[in-house]
Design a protein around this ligand. Structure first.
Ligand SMILES: [Zn+2]
Length: 260
């Protein structure tokens, strides 16, 4: 294989790794946001229960006041009863007393409802506090995990960049430009292995005379896929599995065509 082709393959290999590491790093903010989101949701649940509890306390005070006011009225009407002169006035007062007592009963019913609701909200607040604590505990672990992942990925990124600098030093500048252009155009893969006389990236058949030339050990030409323009390389089947590394088919399947 051409020296420059081997260098490009090494570069492709490190670039593939860099690509994966960058994707891992890029995914971390979303992971952090998800963790934050779970904590925020648990807090919101607690706040909701607390707000509901506060509303019941307010309502309870209002109904308590209602009960007191209606009781005052009952006392007042009963005081007046002893002073009325006519049967009609007496009946009217009795009616007022009855009405006030009905209102007291209603307010007391509502008060009871609010007390029951208050107990329910107490339970919900306790449950939400417990849940928040658990969610925060898990979030702490997850954040630590994310930090660890970030540190590891940044280390790999730095190492990859060093390796890349080493690999690119061996490659002529115009070849680098060419490589970068194809990389950008083709989803970070600039080289394609020829397998079964086809470009393994796009499946385009390689012309027989090109394939013959590629297989010649003394060949000094570089070939491109006519369709996807990727730089082509060919590894004899015996060398293919060992030398291809992470470039090419990640399943590591060996070419199915036989020699001769
Ligand atoms: Zn192609």
């Amino acid at each position: 294989m051409l020296k420059v082709l081997q260098n490009l393959l090494d570069l492709q290999s490190v670039d593939t790794r860099l690509h994966i590491v960058r994707a891992r790093l890029a995914a971390l903010p979303k992971k952090t946001a998800e963790v934050d989101g779970r904590v925020a949701a648990a807090k919101a649940e607690l706040d909701k229960s607390k707000a509901a509890q506060l509303a019941t306390v307010k309502d309870r005070k209002k109904y308590e006041l209602d009960v007191e006011q209606w009781k005052d009225r009952v006392r007042k009407y009963k005081d007046q009863t002893s002073q009325v002169k006519t049967n009609e006035a007496y009946k009217a007062l009795q009616h007022e007393v009855q009405n006030a007592e009905d209102e007291i009963a209603k307010a007391e019913d509502r008060l009871l409802e609010q007390m029951v609701a208050g107990e329910e909200y107490d339970r919900r607040i306790k449950a939400a506090e417990k849940s928040l604590k658990e969610v925060e505990e898990i979030a702490r672990g997850e954040r630590a995990e994310i930090e660890k992942e970030k540190a590891a990925a940044e280390k790999e990124l730095a190492e990859g960049n060093t390796e890349r600098a080493r690999a690119t030093a061996e490659i002529p500048e115009d070849m680098m430009d060419h490589y970068d252009r194809i990389m950008k155009k083709h989803d970070n893969v600039a080289l394609a292995e020829v397998r079964d006389e086809k470009c393994s990236a796009c499946g385009m058949r390689i012309r027989p005379h090109v394939f013959q030339e590629m297989r010649r050990s003394t060949s000094h030409e570089m070939f491109h896929c006519e369709t996807c323009t990727r730089i082509l390389y060919y590894l004899e089947p015996a060398a293919s599995a060992a030398a291809a590394g992470p470039v090419g088919d990640p399943s590591g399947s060996t070419p199915s065509h036989s020699e001769n």
